[in-house]
Design a protein. Structure first.
Length: 297
């Protein structure tokens, strides 16, 4: 999430063709559909969900602030834990404290035995199983937003500075070219992808840092993109925060279909094996769990 504008409330429905922007090739029905399994209320500005394949649990970051305070260093924030049964296990699993303050936690990823999350200007981590040993990995970002991992390093989008950094577990970092107002990140098959909040497009980034980002050219379809994941067939799932929808971009990087209408979807989490999608609704204080289904064409 970057900034907020007024938006229209929409109900949750499934799988309708995209009706904005230029028409794309392919009139077939979308290969992916989504069924709502449950919705969990009671969160406080939930920004990100991340799935732990080792335990089947899901972690949710809560900014816990009022409007226009989403980037404040106010010592308010907490992480929640959802059990493998899709029930809330502990609302304040990791909480800010005077001794170890947390500020507006947003993007998360899991690397090794640690859960990493962004904290405005800092990258933080804690022990995955216990939430103990909360430490600052590296500081000095403008507005650190989303995280992704390639299995060795943590990748950080600095939305305020329009930069992406590769950060090793020891805190060493290097920059790679990124689009303006870069937001969500994901790794798939050794490739790094990102979405831009202000440019409204999806990009392939050069993880080696030698080449400029390559845009998909789909900005006409979206309002303000937040999260991104790659699905098993090579298609891309993106959350459009201000567009109040989750969309699927086919592997051809041209065909766009709406998957879900849902208000203010932020940084989604995914269980690829179990085909479960976890969507934080930023403005509504809830997390929705969907079952994804894929139909072979």
């Amino acid at each position: 999430m970057f900034l907020l504008l007024p938006f229209v409330t929409q109900s949750c429905k499934q799988n309708t063709p995209e009706d904005t922007g230029a028409e794309q090739s392919g009139a077939e029905s979308p290969a992916w559909s989504a069924e709502l399994l449950t919705t969990l209320p009671g969160f406080d500005v939930p920004e990100c969900a991340v799935y732990d394949a080792g335990t089947g649990t899901v972690y949710v970051s809560n900014i816990e602030s009022g409007p226009d305070e989403y980037w404040n260093d106010d010592g308010k924030s907490y992480l929640s834990k959802i059990g493998s049964d899709h029930q809330l296990e502990k609302l304040r699993w990791l909480d800010s404290s005077e001794q170890s303050p947390m500020h507006s936690a947003k993007g998360m990823c899991i690397l090794g035995a640690h859960l990493y999350f962004t904290d405005n200007t800092r990258l933080m981590r804690c022990q995955l199983t216990s939430g103990q040993a909360l430490t600052v990995v590296v500081d000095g970002f403008d507005k650190a937003n989303d995280l992704a991992t390639d299995g060795k390093n943590v990748w950080v989008s600095d939305t305020g500075a329009s930069k992406v950094y590769c950060v090793s577990p020891d805190g060493a970092k290097r920059e790679v070219p990124a689009p303006a107002s870069v937001n969500g990140l994901t790794f798939d098959g050794g490739q790094l992808y990102a979405v831009s909040w202000g440019e409204h497009d999806v990009y392939q980034l050069d993880a080696e840092g030698k080449n400029d980002p390559v845009a998909f050219g789909l900005a006409d379809h979206f309002t303000n993109l937040d999260g991104i994941e790659v699905l098993s067939d090579g298609s891309f799932l993106v959350s459009d925060f201000m567009g109040n929808k989750i969309s699927i971009i086919d592997a051809d990087r041209k065909t766009v279909n709406k998957l879900i209408d849902i208000e203010s979807p932020a940084d989604v989490g995914i269980d690829r094996k179990g085909k479960r999608l976890y969507v934080p609704s930023f403005m509504e204080g809830k997390v929705s769990v969907f079952k994804l289904q894929h139909e072979e064409k």
